[in-house]
Design a protein around this ligand. Structure first.
Ligand code: CA
Length: 437
């Protein structure tokens, strides 16, 4: 658990004017990490830190030789083409680099000229997935999503009895995780049409989104060694936006008895920017359970988790259809919610994942599961927003949507704001659906 320190001071200002614009996702109090290079170049990808509309190029900063001690080690690790080495270093090193950047980027910094020479405009770059992701696990931490989906798939038995005891998850597919800005083909698979007795192979007609956060693991644990909940967050590098595209018609036919398979493994899109837990320190909230629900087992419980296990991150899904794009209309929001509504915390996910001795590794990715809130307009998937397809979404231009059409683009956004703290954001997680290949 990170305490508030001088890097969170909402009064801090950068010498870079764009970082001080109200509403910027990337003020000096945020300093998230990504992997980038100049667009359409043959440059090596390398780590960078967002500030305003610019990126501090960590390879250039490492070369400048102005950082010392832990920050110097961290910037050299962050200069590599993926951030696994930086993630492996742990919170002391990430904090040292954050503190050094906060000092160098603030008004009056002695290092302004050197840092200025390390800046690359965000408008000129392309991004890659921040880490070489060894393993990807998707959880199911919203009880509202689990109940809504359960009602649709099993009307007589919506929430299974294990849900309130064990953080549910499944092992997903790392190879098809892509970066914001990608396009992917509508998947095909086996579908059992209503009333049919034999399935057929065809393109999914019920292609859906899932609004999630991704969790990049920092230092791993040795195989066979559990992670106590008190240490769980020191194994987390940071959070990004994650869209777990889902083919509901494939899912309905294949998910029993072993869970999601081809309904999920064709594409997952994540945002380039990874926001550290330290940056999110002002936005912690207490965790509690309704009195009538079981309390977490002792290994999933701690005073720290009760006092500030929750992150209040505002989340939004927005849609742009081809017709809207042709009319040069922007994206229209279809859902707004917050990570605060999750039933299981970040620390509980990490601790549970390793309690059996499973070894997590630097750069592993965990998904939170669809982060639906308690009301229907806070639902993070179309299958919930449309009540299983019965109530189409009415879009401002008169179009309707039940599930995604070819050419539809979906943008996830996330941000934190409250009085007395600097607003900070996650940027965007965007992708477009192409027709079936
Ligand atoms: Ca999911």
């Amino acid at each position: 658990m990170h305490l508030l320190n001088e890097t969170h001071d909402p009064a801090l200002r950068s010498w870079l004017a764009s970082a001080n614009q109200p509403g910027s996702d990337f003020p000096i109090q945020n300093l998230p990490f990504a992997v980038f290079r100049r667009r359409d170049s043959v440059e090596a990808f390398r780590g960078g830190v967002a500030i305003g509309d610019q990126i501090v190029d960590l390879a250039a900063l490492a070369g400048a030789g102005i950082l010392v001690a832990e920050a110097e080690l961290a910037v050299h690790a962050g200069a590599q083409s993926r951030l696994n080495a930086l993630m492996a270093l742990g919170p002391r090193y990430w904090s040292a680099l954050r503190r050094a950047l906060s000092h160098g980027l603030r008004v009056g910094a002695a290092e302004q000229a050197q840092l200025q020479s390390c800046l690359v405009a965000q408008a000129e770059v392309e991004y890659a997935v921040a880490a070489q992701i060894g393993d990807y696990t998707d959880f199911y931490t919203s009880v509202h999503h689990a109940s809504n989906i359960g009602k649709l798939f099993r009307p007589d038995n919506p929430l299974l009895p294990n849900y309130k005891w064990v953080p549910i998850g499944y092992h997903g597919r790392a190879s098809s995780i892509g970066i914001s800005g990608e396009s992917f083909h509508r998947p095909q698979g086996q579908i059992l049409a209503a009333g049919a007795s034999v399935p057929s192979l065809e393109p999914s007609k019920r292609l859906d989104i899932e609004l999630e956060l991704g969790v990049f693991i920092g230092p791993g644990n040795a195989k066979g060694r559990a992670i106590p909940i008190a240490d769980a967050e020191s194994h987390v590098f940071g959070l990004c936006l994650l869209n777990d595209w889902s083919a509901r018609d494939l899912q309905a036919w294949e998910y029993q008895p072993l869970g999601p398979f081809l309904a999920k493994n064709f594409a997952t899109t994540i945002s380039p920017w990874v926001v550290t837990l330290e940056a999110l320190a002002p936005y912690r909230l207490p965790f509690s359970r309704p009195a009538e629900d079981p309390q977490p087992l002792p290994y999933l419980d701690s005073d720290a988790n009760r006092q500030h296990g929750v992150f209040d991150i505002q989340l939004e899904v927005a849609l742009q259809t081809p017709q809207m794009r042709a009319a040069q209309a922007g994206f229209t929001p279809i859902c707004k919610t917050s990570y605060r509504h999750a039933y299981w915390t970040l620390a509980q996910m990490v601790t549970h994942h390793a309690v059996n001795g499973c070894n997590l590794q630097p750069g592993d990715l965990l998904g939170t599961g669809t982060l639906s809130g308690p009301t229907l307009d806070q639902a993070g998937a179309l299958i919930e927003l449309t009540a299983g397809g019965k109530n189409p979404l009415q879009l401002p231009n008169g179009e309707q949507r039940v599930f995604l059409a070819d050419g539809d683009a979906v943008a996830l956004r996330g941000w934190c704001e409250k009085p007395g703290a600097a607003r900070l954001g996650f940027g965007e997680c965007l992708a477009t659906v192409l027709p079936a290949a």
